[in-house]
Design a protein around this ligand. Structure first.
Ligand SMILES: Cc1cc2nc3c(=O)[nH]c(=O)nc-3n(C[C@H](O)[C@H](O)[C@H](O)COP(=O)(O)OP(=O)(O)OC[C@H]3O[C@@H](n4cnc5c(N)ncnc54)[C@H](O)[C@@H]3O)c2cc1C
Length: 435
């Protein structure tokens, strides 16, 4: 069985591992941090996290976002234990622009308007103060600690070996890979050197020093996790053209003001009565401390955005700081052939495939499904596997699956559901015109 080593166990590394296992590879994960760790170097623990695409129509990330959206919608629709274990939930999402922007013009200026559920522009009667325009659509919130634990458990039950180890970051990619190779060799008794066919570099922000990649930079984000016992959560009602103040349905609220370097959001945390209040976006800020003034500003902005919060009594559960793995030029999902040294005794050393998979900035969750599928495709290309053949197999030979390449690495408990989800996905992307 082809053996692939994934470096990193954040949402990107774990999703990659699960997708590779589903595609039939043998997988070992080597990482310093795993689910449950609360290090600031482990960004995935500190995400909001919601589906709110940041991509433009032209960027590849837009396709990944839509793939993740429909994958999660499929899981939520099916409900049951898997959904609860994953910690994902669908909510009405209200998004506001403080000022006029190209996107705020009309439905036709929003590339995902026809690709998400229940999209509509909000009437002026439903806008909070100091807001130019607003939209609503069904979106998804993710509970990061639960979601990461779910992915870890899926990787383990799928057969992955997990090794906790910090690889050297100051001597370059080759040194990190050689160290990882010797660790895998010492841990896995059945190890056969030629078996490790590829490494997938999912080291997030650390890739900046490990690769090294000068385009990688931190984007500091501060948030508050609060418990709100019972609060009226307004829900938009089209019959009265404004919000119903008696509703208790939780919702996601986001407000973007281009004049300030932050974004205000309120995100319910699925499976709990807590909410994430955010937030800040500070490029190139490596400081990992919470700032009392910033936290108070976040609370004030959130109370203004969601009037029901104005007088609500909420209890702060935690203040959180995370460093998003920003990258100028966008996430890197790319194959590199790395020349190893001669430690294996060969005359010239040997070449090894490294697939870089890092730099997802503030979109690692929403990118994760589609981005990991791309990695599975690249691994398949490296080993001469026919991607089309793989897709045909996974799509049950279906025309849509083979035409779109959307089902790579996807496997759910229920094949019928998987096909239905895949078909919806395919239809969405076909409609979007990026098959
Ligand atoms: C405040 C905030 C809000 C956010 N909100 C959202 C949101 O709403 N939606 C969304 O999609 N995204 C959101 N994000 C972004 C998202 O959290 C990140 O894009 C994502 O977590 C990046 O995951 P990753 O796996 O690349 O990195 P990480 O989670 O940092 O994982 C990196 C992994 O690599 C390992 N590693 C690194 N170096 C080494 C080494 N030398 N040796 C061994 N292992 C190593 C680490 O131990 C870890 O396991 C948010 C982020 C923040 C901070």
């Amino acid at each position: 069985m082809t053996h692939v080593v994934v470096i990193g166990a954040g949402v990107i590394g774990l999703q990659t591992a699960v997708s590779l296992l589903d595609a039939g590879y043998r997988v070992t994960i080597v990482a310093e941090h795993y689910p449950g760790d609360s290090s600031v170097e482990y960004t995935s623990m500190w995400a909001g996290a919601q589906w709110r695409t940041h991509a433009t129509k032209e960027q590849e990330e837009s396709k990944w976002d839509i793939e993740s959206y429909w994958y999660w919608m499929g899981v939520i629709e099916r409900g049951g234990q898997t959904k609860d274990d994953m910690g994902v939930e669908v909510y009405p999402s209200y998004f506001y622009w403080a000022n006029q922007t190209p996107e705020s013009a009309s439905r036709s200026s929003i590339w995902f308007a026809d690709l998400v559920r229940n999209f509509a522009f909000l009437p002026p009667t439903a806008l909070p103060p100091n807001t130019y325009a607003g939209i609503r659509y069904d979106s998804i919130a993710i509970n990061p600690p639960k979601y990461l634990a779910y992915l870890y458990s899926r990787a383990r039950t799928g057969g992955a070996t997990t090794i906790r180890e910090k690889l050297p970051t100051d001597k370059g990619m080759v040194a990190a890979i050689e160290k990882a190779t010797s660790i895998v060799k010492s841990v896995e008794s059945t190890y056969n050197d030629v078996d490790i066919a590829a490494f997938i570099n999912c080291t997030g922000l650390a890739a900046g020093t490990l690769v090294p990649d000068p385009d990688v930079y931190p984007i500091k984000g501060e948030t508050l996790l609060v418990r709100i016992n019972d609060v009226f959560t307004p829900t938009f009602r089209s019959d009265i053209n404004t919000f119903d103040p008696t509703s208790h349905v939780p919702a996601i609220f986001t407000h973007v003001d281009e004049a300030i370097p932050s974004v205000t959001y309120i995100i319910p945390r699925p499976g709990t009565i807590t909410y994430v209040l955010g937030g800040t976006k500070e490029p190139d800020n490596w400081d990992t401390a919470s700032n009392a003034g910033t936290l108070s500003d976040i609370q004030n902005r959130c109370r203004a955005l969601w009037p029901a919060l104005e007088h609500a009594d909420f209890k702060q559960v935690a203040s959180q700081v995370g460093l998003r793995p920003g990258r100028r030029g966008g996430a890197r999902v790319e194959l590199e052939e790395v020349q190893l040294g001669r430690s294996d005794g060969s005359k010239e050393g040997r070449k090894l495939a490294v697939i870089h998979h890092y730099g997802h900035a503030g979109a690692g969750y929403q990118n994760s499904i589609g981005s990991a599928r791309k990695v599975v495709g690249l691994v398949g290309e490296v080993f001469g596997k026919s991607l089309a053949e793989e897709l045909m197999k996974r799509a049950g030979g279906g025309e849509i699956g083979s035409r779109t390449g959307l089902l790579t690495g996807m496997k759910t408990e229920d094949e019928d559901d998987a096909e239905a989800t895949g078909r919806r996905l395919a239809e969405a992307v076909m409609k979007y015109g990026r098959v």
